[in-house]
Design a protein around this ligand. Structure first.
Ligand SMILES: C[S@@+](CC[C@H](N)C(=O)[O-])C[C@H]1O[C@@H](n2cnc3c(N)ncnc32)[C@H](O)[C@@H]1O
Length: 331
């Protein structure tokens, strides 16, 4: 990219490279770099070293990150080969962090859209027991393969057996539609729910660089062709309603006073920018009055590819963060 202002640029005085940086969907506040005068940087460094000594470097990094408020830097190590076949996964490391925040060892964690099994792996990594539901055969097989590769004991069970298996200490994988799978679970059987639902039909979008890269590697670009796959619904409002039905069931199977984290990012569809996180928050609160939104953490994904979208003609942002919507079941 050139270091001079592009002659086609009618919008600003930035070089294309400078513009690219500004399209990230999160910016670090300048104030974060300029520490207040009274805060001695050496003292801060000593504090970081003390934390590292006490809790190990990784945990200390996370703790220092929390000094900066509701921002979490996503830790996404390279995906294993099986996981990379799934087009939209989250990082086990981020989920482990949430599980540690919202549960105690031995408790039951549910993910109604478990995909490649990340939540079950995160449960195994934190001594919790997972129940994961997934509709599509291919992703159930991927989840099983990933659990087996790590020697994690688990069972593929019918929905009505899942809670029992988890109570007996075995991770349970359920091959089912999320709605009917959840309806087969007893009330208040989960201590925590963490999930990332389908993003309507954005994976059906053709022609993006990310899509071309996956096609060139022979990897699937969307979940499935199944009609029951929520990622294939044509109408956004209908999609939100169907998701609402599933979250009503989530509210029923979650124990009272326990938490549910829904991880989503906003997206563009054609010319329209959808505040998906806000739509989900609204639909959950409308449909499940007992589920109260308690807060939101921004999950920064700084390691994602930065694409020169729109440059040098117009603004199109690179969405480099997700929202973790945090709900609590009140009664
Ligand atoms: C965003 S992905 C979740 C990925 C997962 N967090 C991971 O790390 O692998 C959403 C998943 O929901 C699944 N899905 C779509 N419709 C579903 C339904 N009706 N019931 C259950 N799962 C469904 C898709 O196949 C996809 O694997």
């Amino acid at each position: 990219m050139s270091d001079t202002v592009d002659p086609r640029n009618r919008m600003n005085e930035l070089t294309n490279r400078q513009w690219l940086i500004e399209t990230k969907s999160f910016w670090r506040s300048q104030a974060e770099d300029d520490l207040p005068e009274w805060l001695d940087p050496e003292l801060l460094e000593q504090f970081a070293l003390w934390l590292a000594d006490k809790h190990g470097e990784e945990r200390a990094g996370e703790m220092m990150g929390q000094v900066a408020g509701s921002v979490m830097w996503s830790k996404a190590p390279p995906r294993d080969k099986l996981k990379a076949t799934h087009p939209a996964t989250f990082s086990e490391r981020d989920i482990e962090r949430l599980i540690r925040l919202f549960t105690k060892p031995g408790q039951i964690v549910l993910d109604p859209f478990v995909g490649s099994g990340s939540t079950l792996l995160a449960c195994a990594g934190t001594d919790r027991i997972g129940i994961g539901i997934e509709l599509i055969d291919q992703w159930v097989e991927v989840a099983q393969g990933r659990l087996e590769a790590r020697g994690i004991a688990h069972r593929l069970v019918a929905p009505e057996e899942a809670a029992e298996a988890a109570r007996a200490g075995t991770h349970a994988l359920v091959h089912s539609d999320a709605g009917s799978g959840l309806r087969a679970l007893p009330g208040e059987c989960a201590d925590f729910i963490v999930t990332s639902p389908p993003y309507w039909r954005i994976l059906q979008k053709r022609g993006s660089k990310a899509e071309r890269e996956r096609v060139s590697k022979g990897l699937p670009t969307h979940y499935s062709e199944s009609e029951a796959d929520l990622g294939n619904l044509a109408d956004y409002d209908e999609f939100l309603e169907r998701l609402g039905d599933i979250f009503v069931e989530c509210g029923r199977v979650l124990r009272v006073k326990q938490y549910m984290c829904v991880i989503v990012c906003d997206f563009r569809h054609g010319p329209q920018f959808h505040l998906y996180h806000a739509d989900i928050a609204r639909i959950i609160e409308e449909r499940s009055p007992a589920m109260q939104l308690k807060g939101m953490t921004v999950l920064v994904q700084d390691s994602k590819n930065l694409y020169p979208l729109g440059i040098p003609y117009c603004f199109i942002g690179n969405i480099h963060h997700q929202f973790i919507l945090i709900f609590q079941r009140m009664d």
